[in-house]
Design a protein around this ligand. Sequence first.
Ligand code: PLP
Length: 405
Amino acid sequence: MRKFEKSHKLDNVCYDIRGPVMDEANRMIAQGTEILKLNIGNPAVFDFRAPQALVDKMSESLVHTEGYSDSKGIFAARHAIVEYYKSKGVEGVTENDVYTGNGVSELITLSMQGLLNNGDEMLVPAPDYPLWTASVTLAGGKAVHYICDESSNWYPDIDDMRSKITSKTKGIVVINPNNPTGALYPVEILQKIVDLAREFNLIIFADEIYDRLVLDGKKHTALASLAPDLMVVSFNGLSKSHLIAGYRCGWMCLCGNKKGCEGYIEGLNLLSSMRLCSNVPAQSIIELSLNHTEETEKLLLSGGRVRQQRDFIYNAINDIPGLSSTKPEAAFYIFPKIDVKKFNVTDDEKMVLDILREKHILLTHGGGFHWEQPDHFRIVYLPSVENLERATSQLAEFFADYKQN
Ligand code: PLP
């Protein structure tokens, strides 16, 4: 019988965020076990509702958005995105520099496919949002991981980044605010990354999808605003900031100096036209969304739901003997450290499986984010405080006598 295997192009593509833990969770769910999911950054699963104005706008627009749009997106949406970047201090971008996408995900893959040849290297953070590593690999490139340092608030280690640049390096991926650590990088760190990119002639890929989910009154700096002389490909979208991950709405903007990147841009235009265009009804709400941020802002203020949940999870995790964490400043993730000696942990995926089987809580192990040591896991703190309370008391019970064998 003829066998159909997966393409060799996928051989080294690692997307561990799926895998045995998810398989086990699905098996348990199919058997009727109730699982508390702390593994997905999907606000709708946790009773966050899309702002009504956006739902209305999307419904109204359905009749006018039946056809394909320009492959980069409708003009009004791209214009609103240009205005957004201007408001963040990014000068010189035009509607022509903006590509809308079916979520940022599609554009991450497209941006790597358009640039990398076999063996080209891309600096990617560890821990990372794993789609970046997977997309670099699928495009034939090699993801070279630079360390984000927990002892410095999870900021990128600039010396490590520098030591990993070779003649094959084409760019640096920066995820700020960060998934999975919840870190928000200060201007000084961003400036050092820009200086490195300038010194070695690299393109910066700035994934800023959480820039409207910043806590404690802190301010996000758009990386492109610091580097008008460099090519910075900036990514953003509505999935998280507007609680509408299912609408699939994101964008990418080519900021700064495009000199020398004409060939790359030709590749991006080709790939963009090959998918015809992104979901047009979703594009139709971009303009309104970018001027409609109050509902999310309320969630982040003192007394707001996301802020309360962050405060709760941060304290509760640090109260569990053997666990510790830095305080997340943005997004809705926390990346606790486990005392591997105390718990004898050598396999973080097994630990997460043990938690799932014993306590029915679904988490993601650090290795799912290309974190090499078996000493971290990620919690999505989108569930209500009540559910987080339940989860953390179960985790406290679990870790009270856990020893991995
Ligand atoms: N970038 C980061 C850092 C993310 O955490 C996510 C989703 O979790 C994405 C990109 C993809 O977002 P979307 O495709 O929904 O726009």
